[in-house]
Design a binder for this molecule. Structure first.
Ligand SMILES: Cc1cc2nc3c(=O)[nH]c(=O)nc-3n(C[C@H](O)[C@H](O)[C@H](O)COP(=O)(O)O)c2cc1C
Length: 148
């Protein structure tokens, strides 16, 4: 059992929903979960006193990859994140009809790798409406929870 931080950026509520489902599973497993919209979070909190840090973001843009708008400044600031050797897992919502499916999560992966984080699971990428992917989300969260 551990202390887990989940930070998400979400415009229409899809990634927020996924974050809430993940948080619920991890809490039920006995962890202390802090769930934050990225608008209420600072980069200095990442990994700080947490056994696991989860980051969730949706992808926007069309011709090029754009991060969900609230997450974009946070992402730019992440070069200062102290994530060396910290356990991290990533998730996000997108739509595979776009050229770069969940491109923001893929870019985020590169960033946390560069920071020396220990990415514990393959990122969870949700295609379309997350409410129909509930069991996939729960299974992923259970797997992630086993690494805490
Ligand atoms: C204008 C627009 C651009 C989008 N661009 C992408 C994209 O490049 N890649 C992708 O995977 N999804 C793309 N999407 C789909 C969103 O990421 C998807 O609707 C997601 O569920 C939104 O999550 P949120 O409510 O958490 O922000 C786009 C959606 C819109 C409306």
């Amino acid at each position: 059992m551990g202390k887990i931080l989940i930070v998400y950026g979400s415009t229409t509520g899809n990634t927020e929903h996924v974050a809430e489902v993940i948080g619920g599973v991890l809490q039920k497993a006995g962890n202390e979960v802090v769930l934050k919209n990225v608008t209420d979070a600072g980069v200095s909190e990442l990994g700080d006193g947490y056994d696991l840090t989860l980051l969730g973001v949706s992808t926007w843009g069309d011709e090029e990859i754009e991060f969900q708008e609230d997450f974009e400044p946070f992402y730019q600031d992440m070069d200062n994140a102290q994530l060396q050797d910290k356990k991290v897992a990533l998730f996000g919502c997108g739509d595979s009809s776009y050229q770069y499916f969940c491109g923001a999560v893929i870019e985020l992966r590169t960033k946390v790798d560069t920071l020396g984080a220990n990415v514990i699971n393959e990122p969870l990428l949700i295609d379309g409406d997350p409410s129909v992917a509930r069991s996939e989300i729960e299974e992923w969260a259970e797997e992630v929870g086993r690494a805490v």
